[in-house]
Design a protein around this ligand. Structure first.
Ligand SMILES: O=C(O)COP(=O)(O)O
Ligand SMILES: [Mg+2]
Length: 227
Protein backbone atom coordinates (compact mmCIF):
# COMPACT_ATOMS: atom_id res chain seq x y z
CA UNK A 1 0.00 0.00 0.00
CA UNK A 2 1.57 3.28 -1.08
CA UNK A 3 0.88 6.49 0.79
CA UNK A 4 -0.12 9.33 -1.55
CA UNK A 5 -1.40 11.93 0.88
CA UNK A 6 -0.26 13.24 4.26
CA UNK A 7 -2.79 14.93 6.54
CA UNK A 8 -1.48 17.19 9.29
CA UNK A 9 -2.99 18.30 12.53
CA UNK A 10 -2.29 22.01 13.14
CA UNK A 11 -2.12 23.08 16.82
CA UNK A 12 0.76 21.31 18.56
CA UNK A 13 1.86 19.55 15.36
CA UNK A 14 2.76 22.23 12.80
CA UNK A 15 2.41 25.33 14.99
CA UNK A 16 3.00 26.28 18.59
CA UNK A 17 -0.25 28.17 19.15
CA UNK A 18 -0.75 28.01 22.93
CA UNK A 19 0.74 31.48 23.65
CA UNK A 20 -1.95 33.15 21.50
CA UNK A 21 -4.73 30.83 22.71
CA UNK A 22 -3.72 31.50 26.34
CA UNK A 23 -3.58 35.26 25.82
CA UNK A 24 -7.16 35.19 24.50
CA UNK A 25 -8.33 32.90 27.33
CA UNK A 26 -6.79 35.17 29.96
CA UNK A 27 -8.14 38.36 28.38
CA UNK A 28 -11.59 36.72 28.50
CA UNK A 29 -11.16 35.60 32.14
CA UNK A 30 -9.91 39.07 33.20
CA UNK A 31 -12.93 40.77 31.64
CA UNK A 32 -15.19 38.32 33.43
CA UNK A 33 -13.50 39.11 36.76
CA UNK A 34 -11.99 35.65 37.06
CA UNK A 35 -8.42 34.60 37.90
CA UNK A 36 -6.07 33.95 35.00
CA UNK A 37 -4.73 30.45 34.30
CA UNK A 38 -1.23 29.32 33.27
CA UNK A 39 -0.17 28.77 29.69
CA UNK A 40 0.57 25.16 30.64
CA UNK A 41 -3.03 24.66 31.79
CA UNK A 42 -4.32 26.17 28.54
CA UNK A 43 -2.13 23.63 26.69
CA UNK A 44 -3.97 20.85 28.54
CA UNK A 45 -7.36 22.34 27.57
CA UNK A 46 -6.54 22.53 23.82
CA UNK A 47 -7.58 19.66 21.56
CA UNK A 48 -11.34 19.52 21.04
CA UNK A 49 -11.82 22.94 19.49
CA UNK A 50 -12.42 26.54 20.62
CA UNK A 51 -15.75 25.98 22.37
CA UNK A 52 -14.32 23.15 24.42
CA UNK A 53 -11.29 25.31 25.33
CA UNK A 54 -13.53 28.13 26.58
CA UNK A 55 -15.80 25.74 28.49
CA UNK A 56 -12.80 24.02 30.12
CA UNK A 57 -11.15 27.36 31.03
CA UNK A 58 -14.39 28.64 32.61
CA UNK A 59 -15.20 25.47 34.53
CA UNK A 60 -11.62 24.48 35.40
CA UNK A 61 -12.40 20.91 34.33
CA UNK A 62 -11.94 18.83 31.17
CA UNK A 63 -15.63 17.96 30.94
CA UNK A 64 -17.04 20.76 33.10
CA UNK A 65 -20.49 22.21 32.41
CA UNK A 66 -21.11 25.95 32.18
CA UNK A 67 -24.32 27.97 32.39
CA UNK A 68 -25.52 28.74 28.82
CA UNK A 69 -25.61 32.54 29.20
CA UNK A 70 -22.21 32.65 30.84
CA UNK A 71 -20.80 30.42 28.07
CA UNK A 72 -22.24 32.69 25.34
CA UNK A 73 -20.71 35.74 26.99
CA UNK A 74 -17.34 34.01 27.41
CA UNK A 75 -17.32 32.72 23.82
CA UNK A 76 -18.05 36.21 22.44
CA UNK A 77 -15.17 37.67 24.49
CA UNK A 78 -12.77 34.89 23.57
CA UNK A 79 -13.59 35.27 19.86
CA UNK A 80 -13.13 39.03 20.06
CA UNK A 81 -9.64 38.60 21.56
CA UNK A 82 -8.49 35.59 19.53
CA UNK A 83 -9.43 37.37 16.31
CA UNK A 84 -6.73 39.93 17.13
CA UNK A 85 -4.20 37.63 18.80
CA UNK A 86 -4.33 34.62 16.42
CA UNK A 87 -0.92 34.24 14.78
CA UNK A 88 0.73 36.98 16.83
CA UNK A 89 3.15 34.63 18.59
CA UNK A 90 2.40 31.40 16.70
CA UNK A 91 5.41 29.76 15.07
CA UNK A 92 6.43 26.49 13.42
CA UNK A 93 8.00 23.76 15.50
CA UNK A 94 11.52 22.66 14.52
CA UNK A 95 11.62 20.54 11.39
CA UNK A 96 8.16 21.53 10.10
CA UNK A 97 9.19 23.53 7.03
CA UNK A 98 12.01 21.10 6.23
CA UNK A 99 9.60 18.13 6.39
CA UNK A 100 6.86 19.86 4.39
CA UNK A 101 9.39 20.82 1.70
CA UNK A 102 10.60 17.23 1.43
CA UNK A 103 7.08 15.81 1.18
CA UNK A 104 5.92 18.43 -1.31
CA UNK A 105 9.01 17.91 -3.49
CA UNK A 106 8.42 14.15 -3.40
CA UNK A 107 4.91 14.70 -4.80
CA UNK A 108 2.72 13.88 -1.81
CA UNK A 109 -0.68 15.58 -1.59
CA UNK A 110 -0.79 17.55 1.66
CA UNK A 111 -3.75 18.65 3.80
CA UNK A 112 -4.47 20.15 7.21
CA UNK A 113 -7.18 18.58 9.38
CA UNK A 114 -7.60 20.66 12.55
CA UNK A 115 -10.23 21.19 15.23
CA UNK A 116 -9.53 24.95 15.05
CA UNK A 117 -12.48 26.80 13.45
CA UNK A 118 -11.95 27.62 9.76
CA UNK A 119 -12.08 31.36 10.27
CA UNK A 120 -8.95 31.18 12.44
CA UNK A 121 -7.23 28.38 10.55
CA UNK A 122 -6.94 30.06 7.15
CA UNK A 123 -5.53 33.43 8.38
CA UNK A 124 -3.10 31.56 10.64
CA UNK A 125 -1.81 29.41 7.78
CA UNK A 126 -1.43 32.55 5.64
CA UNK A 127 0.38 34.51 8.36
CA UNK A 128 2.85 31.70 9.00
CA UNK A 129 3.32 31.16 5.22
CA UNK A 130 2.24 27.52 5.43
CA UNK A 131 -0.92 27.78 3.31
CA UNK A 132 0.75 27.17 -0.10
CA UNK A 133 1.79 23.67 0.99
CA UNK A 134 -1.80 22.45 1.33
CA UNK A 135 -4.32 21.36 -1.29
CA UNK A 136 -7.08 20.94 1.29
CA UNK A 137 -7.72 22.57 4.67
CA UNK A 138 -10.40 21.08 6.93
CA UNK A 139 -11.29 23.11 10.04
CA UNK A 140 -13.15 22.10 13.17
CA UNK A 141 -16.41 23.46 11.78
CA UNK A 142 -15.96 22.36 8.15
CA UNK A 143 -17.82 19.09 8.78
CA UNK A 144 -20.73 18.35 11.10
CA UNK A 145 -18.40 16.63 13.58
CA UNK A 146 -14.77 17.19 14.54
CA UNK A 147 -11.93 14.87 15.54
CA UNK A 148 -12.00 12.33 17.25
CA UNK A 149 -14.92 11.59 14.87
CA UNK A 150 -13.63 10.17 11.54
CA UNK A 151 -15.68 12.66 9.48
CA UNK A 152 -13.05 15.41 8.92
CA UNK A 153 -10.36 12.91 7.94
CA UNK A 154 -12.75 11.06 5.61
CA UNK A 155 -13.70 14.42 4.07
CA UNK A 156 -10.04 15.39 3.55
CA UNK A 157 -9.38 12.06 1.79
CA UNK A 158 -12.41 12.55 -0.47
CA UNK A 159 -11.32 16.09 -1.32
CA UNK A 160 -7.79 14.89 -2.13
CA UNK A 161 -9.13 11.95 -4.17
CA UNK A 162 -7.33 9.27 -2.14
CA UNK A 163 -8.56 6.14 -0.35
CA UNK A 164 -8.08 5.97 3.43
CA UNK A 165 -5.33 3.36 3.05
CA UNK A 166 -3.41 5.76 0.80
CA UNK A 167 -3.32 8.48 3.47
CA UNK A 168 -1.26 9.08 6.61
CA UNK A 169 -2.33 11.38 9.47
CA UNK A 170 0.39 13.06 11.55
CA UNK A 171 -0.74 14.60 14.84
CA UNK A 172 -0.04 15.33 18.47
CA UNK A 173 -3.09 13.99 20.28
CA UNK A 174 -5.49 11.18 21.00
CA UNK A 175 -8.09 13.09 18.94
CA UNK A 176 -5.93 12.71 15.82
CA UNK A 177 -5.26 9.02 16.50
CA UNK A 178 -8.90 8.09 17.17
CA UNK A 179 -10.17 10.05 14.17
CA UNK A 180 -7.60 8.46 11.85
CA UNK A 181 -8.16 4.94 13.17
CA UNK A 182 -11.94 5.25 12.76
CA UNK A 183 -11.42 6.50 9.19
CA UNK A 184 -9.06 3.62 8.34
CA UNK A 185 -6.09 6.00 7.98
CA UNK A 186 -2.63 5.28 9.46
CA UNK A 187 -1.49 7.67 12.16
CA UNK A 188 1.92 8.80 13.41
CA UNK A 189 2.20 10.86 16.58
CA UNK A 190 4.68 13.49 17.80
CA UNK A 191 5.63 14.02 21.45
CA UNK A 192 6.04 17.83 21.63
CA UNK A 193 2.45 19.02 21.24
CA UNK A 194 -0.69 19.09 23.32
CA UNK A 195 -2.31 15.81 24.30
CA UNK A 196 -4.80 17.04 26.90
CA UNK A 197 -2.21 16.57 29.66
CA UNK A 198 -1.34 12.95 28.83
CA UNK A 199 1.91 11.38 27.64
CA UNK A 200 1.56 10.77 23.92
CA UNK A 201 3.01 7.27 24.31
CA UNK A 202 -0.19 6.24 26.13
CA UNK A 203 -2.02 6.75 22.83
CA UNK A 204 -1.66 3.79 20.43
CA UNK A 205 -0.65 4.66 16.86
CA UNK A 206 1.34 3.25 13.94
CA UNK A 207 4.61 5.07 14.82
CA UNK A 208 5.98 7.77 17.09
CA UNK A 209 8.25 10.34 15.42
CA UNK A 210 10.15 13.24 16.99
CA UNK A 211 9.64 15.86 14.27
CA UNK A 212 7.89 16.39 10.94
CA UNK A 213 11.31 16.22 9.31
CA UNK A 214 11.86 12.76 10.83
CA UNK A 215 8.38 11.73 9.66
CA UNK A 216 9.20 12.87 6.11
CA UNK A 217 12.49 10.96 6.13
CA UNK A 218 10.78 7.83 7.41
CA UNK A 219 7.98 8.04 4.85
CA UNK A 220 10.39 8.61 1.96
CA UNK A 221 12.55 5.70 3.13
CA UNK A 222 9.54 3.38 3.54
CA UNK A 223 8.27 4.30 0.08
CA UNK A 224 11.72 3.97 -1.46
CA UNK A 225 11.69 7.54 -2.76
CA UNK A 226 14.00 10.45 -2.15
CA UNK A 227 13.01 14.11 -2.10
O1 LIG B 1 -8.48 23.61 18.20
C1 LIG B 1 -8.10 22.71 18.97
O2 LIG B 1 -8.58 22.49 20.10
C2 LIG B 1 -6.99 21.79 18.53
O3 LIG B 1 -6.63 22.00 17.20
P1 LIG B 1 -5.84 20.83 16.43
O4 LIG B 1 -6.88 19.85 16.01
O5 LIG B 1 -5.17 21.55 15.27
O6 LIG B 1 -4.84 20.28 17.39
MG1 LIG C 1 -3.16 19.17 17.84
Amino acid sequence: MAIQAVLFDLDGTLLETVPDLAAAVNAMLREMGRPEISQKQVGVYVGKGAESLVRRALSGAMDGQVDADLFRQAMALWNQHYELLNGYKAHCFDGVREGLDMLQNAGFKLAVVTNKPERYTLPLLKRTELLPYFEVVVGGDTCARKKPDPMPIEFACQQLGVNPDEALMIGDSVNDALSAQAAGVSCWLLPYGYNEGNDIHSTPCDAYVQTIEEAANLLLTEQGTTA
